[in-house]
Design a protein around this ligand. Structure first.
Ligand code: PGA
Length: 253
Protein backbone atom coordinates (compact mmCIF):
# COMPACT_ATOMS: atom_id res chain seq x y z
CA UNK A 1 0.00 0.00 0.00
CA UNK A 2 1.39 3.40 -0.97
CA UNK A 3 1.53 5.87 1.91
CA UNK A 4 -0.69 8.91 1.19
CA UNK A 5 1.15 12.19 0.57
CA UNK A 6 -0.71 15.49 0.92
CA UNK A 7 1.09 18.70 -0.03
CA UNK A 8 0.08 22.35 0.35
CA UNK A 9 1.38 24.70 -2.34
CA UNK A 10 1.09 28.21 -0.93
CA UNK A 11 2.22 29.77 -4.24
CA UNK A 12 3.00 33.53 -3.98
CA UNK A 13 0.87 34.12 -0.90
CA UNK A 14 1.43 35.17 2.75
CA UNK A 15 4.13 37.17 4.48
CA UNK A 16 6.46 35.95 7.22
CA UNK A 17 4.03 36.56 10.09
CA UNK A 18 1.05 34.96 8.33
CA UNK A 19 3.12 31.99 7.12
CA UNK A 20 4.48 31.31 10.59
CA UNK A 21 0.97 31.49 12.04
CA UNK A 22 -0.55 29.13 9.45
CA UNK A 23 2.31 26.64 9.91
CA UNK A 24 1.89 26.77 13.70
CA UNK A 25 -1.89 26.26 13.39
CA UNK A 26 -1.36 23.23 11.13
CA UNK A 27 1.31 21.80 13.44
CA UNK A 28 -1.37 21.81 16.15
CA UNK A 29 -4.38 20.66 14.11
CA UNK A 30 -2.45 17.83 12.40
CA UNK A 31 -0.51 16.78 15.47
CA UNK A 32 -1.76 13.21 15.86
CA UNK A 33 -1.41 12.17 12.22
CA UNK A 34 1.19 9.49 11.58
CA UNK A 35 -0.16 7.40 8.72
CA UNK A 36 0.35 9.91 5.90
CA UNK A 37 3.05 12.29 4.71
CA UNK A 38 2.36 16.03 4.79
CA UNK A 39 4.46 18.84 3.31
CA UNK A 40 4.07 22.59 2.89
CA UNK A 41 5.57 24.61 0.03
CA UNK A 42 5.91 28.30 0.98
CA UNK A 43 7.59 30.96 -1.17
CA UNK A 44 11.41 30.95 -0.80
CA UNK A 45 11.79 33.78 1.78
CA UNK A 46 9.23 32.13 4.08
CA UNK A 47 10.89 28.70 4.22
CA UNK A 48 13.09 29.31 7.31
CA UNK A 49 10.19 30.68 9.40
CA UNK A 50 7.89 27.83 8.34
CA UNK A 51 10.59 25.21 8.95
CA UNK A 52 11.16 26.67 12.44
CA UNK A 53 7.42 26.61 13.22
CA UNK A 54 7.30 22.93 12.17
CA UNK A 55 10.40 21.82 14.05
CA UNK A 56 8.47 19.58 16.47
CA UNK A 57 5.99 18.47 13.81
CA UNK A 58 6.16 15.62 11.26
CA UNK A 59 5.00 18.11 8.60
CA UNK A 60 7.86 18.74 6.18
CA UNK A 61 8.80 21.76 4.09
CA UNK A 62 9.68 22.14 0.42
CA UNK A 63 10.55 24.74 -2.20
CA UNK A 64 8.29 25.64 -5.11
CA UNK A 65 11.11 25.59 -7.66
CA UNK A 66 14.90 25.34 -8.01
CA UNK A 67 17.59 26.05 -10.57
CA UNK A 68 19.64 23.14 -11.89
CA UNK A 69 23.13 24.52 -11.24
CA UNK A 70 24.42 24.50 -7.67
CA UNK A 71 25.83 28.05 -7.77
CA UNK A 72 26.95 30.73 -10.15
CA UNK A 73 25.83 33.78 -12.09
CA UNK A 74 22.08 33.04 -12.20
CA UNK A 75 20.54 36.19 -10.75
CA UNK A 76 17.21 35.57 -9.07
CA UNK A 77 17.54 31.78 -8.99
CA UNK A 78 17.86 29.41 -6.03
CA UNK A 79 19.76 26.10 -5.99
CA UNK A 80 19.02 22.75 -4.40
CA UNK A 81 21.81 23.02 -1.78
CA UNK A 82 20.49 26.48 -0.80
CA UNK A 83 17.01 25.03 -0.29
CA UNK A 84 18.43 22.19 1.83
CA UNK A 85 20.38 24.66 3.93
CA UNK A 86 17.19 26.48 5.02
CA UNK A 87 15.21 23.36 5.90
CA UNK A 88 13.55 22.23 2.65
CA UNK A 89 13.30 18.48 2.12
CA UNK A 90 11.08 18.48 -0.99
CA UNK A 91 10.83 20.60 -4.13
CA UNK A 92 8.15 21.11 -6.79
CA UNK A 93 9.49 20.72 -10.32
CA UNK A 94 7.66 21.85 -13.45
CA UNK A 95 4.53 23.24 -11.83
CA UNK A 96 2.13 24.32 -14.60
CA UNK A 97 2.48 27.97 -13.59
CA UNK A 98 6.22 27.65 -14.19
CA UNK A 99 5.68 25.85 -17.49
CA UNK A 100 2.99 28.18 -18.82
CA UNK A 101 3.61 31.59 -17.20
CA UNK A 102 7.40 31.47 -16.79
CA UNK A 103 8.08 29.46 -19.94
CA UNK A 104 9.97 26.47 -18.47
CA UNK A 105 10.84 23.87 -21.08
CA UNK A 106 10.69 20.09 -20.75
CA UNK A 107 14.49 20.04 -20.91
CA UNK A 108 14.92 22.47 -18.01
CA UNK A 109 12.44 20.43 -16.00
CA UNK A 110 14.41 17.27 -16.73
CA UNK A 111 17.63 18.98 -15.58
CA UNK A 112 15.86 20.26 -12.45
CA UNK A 113 14.70 16.74 -11.56
CA UNK A 114 18.31 15.52 -11.71
CA UNK A 115 19.54 18.55 -9.74
CA UNK A 116 16.90 18.05 -7.03
CA UNK A 117 17.90 14.43 -6.52
CA UNK A 118 21.61 15.30 -6.56
CA UNK A 119 20.91 17.88 -3.82
CA UNK A 120 19.15 15.27 -1.71
CA UNK A 121 15.74 16.89 -2.19
CA UNK A 122 12.66 14.79 -2.95
CA UNK A 123 11.14 16.20 -6.15
CA UNK A 124 7.46 16.32 -7.06
CA UNK A 125 7.29 16.31 -10.86
CA UNK A 126 4.15 18.18 -11.95
CA UNK A 127 2.51 17.24 -15.23
CA UNK A 128 -0.83 18.01 -16.84
CA UNK A 129 -2.57 18.99 -20.04
CA UNK A 130 -4.27 22.29 -20.92
CA UNK A 131 -7.97 22.46 -21.79
CA UNK A 132 -7.10 22.88 -25.46
CA UNK A 133 -4.92 19.78 -25.37
CA UNK A 134 -7.63 17.74 -23.61
CA UNK A 135 -10.30 18.86 -26.06
CA UNK A 136 -7.95 18.09 -28.94
CA UNK A 137 -7.54 14.50 -27.71
CA UNK A 138 -3.90 15.10 -26.83
CA UNK A 139 -3.97 14.35 -23.09
CA UNK A 140 -2.00 11.09 -23.25
CA UNK A 141 0.49 12.45 -25.75
CA UNK A 142 1.21 15.47 -23.51
CA UNK A 143 1.46 13.38 -20.33
CA UNK A 144 3.72 10.87 -22.05
CA UNK A 145 6.08 13.62 -23.25
CA UNK A 146 6.19 15.34 -19.86
CA UNK A 147 6.77 12.06 -17.97
CA UNK A 148 9.42 10.67 -20.34
CA UNK A 149 11.30 13.93 -20.42
CA UNK A 150 10.85 14.76 -16.71
CA UNK A 151 12.09 11.33 -15.63
CA UNK A 152 14.63 10.99 -18.44
CA UNK A 153 17.61 11.76 -16.21
CA UNK A 154 16.36 9.85 -13.15
CA UNK A 155 17.92 6.47 -12.28
CA UNK A 156 15.58 3.63 -11.31
CA UNK A 157 17.01 3.47 -7.80
CA UNK A 158 16.22 7.17 -7.24
CA UNK A 159 12.56 6.73 -8.17
CA UNK A 160 11.62 5.90 -4.56
CA UNK A 161 12.27 9.58 -3.79
CA UNK A 162 10.17 10.89 -6.67
CA UNK A 163 6.47 11.81 -6.55
CA UNK A 164 4.42 12.75 -9.62
CA UNK A 165 1.58 15.28 -9.39
CA UNK A 166 -1.07 15.11 -12.10
CA UNK A 167 -2.49 18.62 -12.33
CA UNK A 168 -4.73 19.24 -15.34
CA UNK A 169 -4.14 22.92 -16.11
CA UNK A 170 -7.87 23.52 -16.63
CA UNK A 171 -8.56 22.45 -13.04
CA UNK A 172 -5.96 24.59 -11.26
CA UNK A 173 -7.46 27.51 -9.36
CA UNK A 174 -10.63 27.33 -11.47
CA UNK A 175 -12.93 25.46 -9.09
CA UNK A 176 -13.30 22.80 -11.83
CA UNK A 177 -12.00 19.54 -10.39
CA UNK A 178 -11.44 16.53 -12.60
CA UNK A 179 -13.94 13.83 -11.69
CA UNK A 180 -12.38 11.01 -9.69
CA UNK A 181 -12.74 8.75 -12.75
CA UNK A 182 -11.10 11.23 -15.15
CA UNK A 183 -8.26 11.85 -12.73
CA UNK A 184 -7.78 8.15 -12.06
CA UNK A 185 -7.60 7.37 -15.77
CA UNK A 186 -4.78 9.90 -16.16
CA UNK A 187 -2.99 8.50 -13.10
CA UNK A 188 -3.26 4.95 -14.44
CA UNK A 189 -1.83 6.14 -17.77
CA UNK A 190 1.08 7.87 -15.98
CA UNK A 191 1.73 4.68 -14.01
CA UNK A 192 1.82 2.63 -17.21
CA UNK A 193 4.32 5.08 -18.75
CA UNK A 194 6.53 4.76 -15.66
CA UNK A 195 6.31 0.97 -15.87
CA UNK A 196 7.42 1.18 -19.46
CA UNK A 197 10.33 3.49 -18.59
CA UNK A 198 11.53 1.56 -15.54
CA UNK A 199 9.90 -1.60 -14.28
CA UNK A 200 6.67 -2.70 -12.71
CA UNK A 201 7.97 -2.52 -9.10
CA UNK A 202 8.93 1.15 -9.63
CA UNK A 203 5.53 2.03 -11.10
CA UNK A 204 3.67 0.19 -8.34
CA UNK A 205 5.48 2.10 -5.63
CA UNK A 206 5.29 5.51 -7.30
CA UNK A 207 3.01 7.97 -5.50
CA UNK A 208 0.88 10.06 -7.84
CA UNK A 209 -0.87 13.10 -6.36
CA UNK A 210 -3.85 14.78 -7.93
CA UNK A 211 -3.91 18.59 -8.00
CA UNK A 212 -6.47 21.08 -9.26
CA UNK A 213 -9.17 22.59 -7.03
CA UNK A 214 -8.92 19.91 -4.34
CA UNK A 215 -11.29 20.96 -1.54
CA UNK A 216 -12.74 19.42 1.65
CA UNK A 217 -15.87 18.54 -0.34
CA UNK A 218 -14.18 16.53 -3.11
CA UNK A 219 -11.08 15.04 -1.52
CA UNK A 220 -12.72 11.83 -0.25
CA UNK A 221 -14.01 10.86 -3.70
CA UNK A 222 -10.62 11.52 -5.29
CA UNK A 223 -8.67 9.65 -2.61
CA UNK A 224 -10.96 6.63 -2.91
CA UNK A 225 -9.61 5.95 -6.42
CA UNK A 226 -6.99 3.19 -6.69
CA UNK A 227 -4.32 5.20 -8.53
CA UNK A 228 -4.67 8.45 -6.56
CA UNK A 229 -2.17 8.48 -3.71
CA UNK A 230 -2.37 12.02 -2.46
CA UNK A 231 -3.12 15.61 -3.32
CA UNK A 232 -1.25 18.78 -4.24
CA UNK A 233 -3.46 21.50 -2.84
CA UNK A 234 -3.23 25.18 -3.77
CA UNK A 235 -6.01 27.56 -2.66
CA UNK A 236 -7.44 25.31 0.05
CA UNK A 237 -4.01 24.91 1.69
CA UNK A 238 -4.11 28.58 2.74
CA UNK A 239 -6.88 27.93 5.28
CA UNK A 240 -5.94 25.81 8.29
CA UNK A 241 -9.42 24.28 8.63
CA UNK A 242 -9.70 23.32 4.97
CA UNK A 243 -6.22 21.86 4.72
CA UNK A 244 -6.69 19.95 7.97
CA UNK A 245 -9.92 18.44 6.63
CA UNK A 246 -8.23 17.54 3.34
CA UNK A 247 -5.34 15.80 5.11
CA UNK A 248 -7.92 13.91 7.18
CA UNK A 249 -9.60 12.50 4.05
CA UNK A 250 -11.57 9.34 4.63
CA UNK A 251 -9.23 6.37 4.37
CA UNK A 252 -9.79 3.86 1.59
CA UNK A 253 -11.34 0.66 2.80
P1 PGA B 1 -5.48 24.78 -6.63
O1 PGA B 1 -3.93 24.69 -7.05
O2 PGA B 1 -5.74 23.75 -5.57
O3 PGA B 1 -5.68 26.18 -6.16
O4 PGA B 1 -6.28 24.48 -7.88
C1 PGA B 1 -3.27 23.46 -7.18
C2 PGA B 1 -1.82 23.67 -7.61
O5 PGA B 1 -1.56 24.50 -8.47
O6 PGA B 1 -0.89 23.03 -7.08
Amino acid sequence: MRRPFIAGNWKMHLDRTAARQLAADLATSLKGIRDRDIALFPAFPLIPAVAAALEESPIQVGGQNLWFETEGAFTGEVSGPMLRSVGAVHVLVGHSERRHILGESDDWISLKMAAALASNLNPILCVGETLEEREGGLTEEVLSRQIRSGLGRVAADAMARVTVAYEPVWAIGTGKTATPETANAAHAFIRSEVEDLFQVSVSRELRIQYGGSVKPGNVDGLMAMPDIDGALVGGASLTADDFTRIVNFETRT
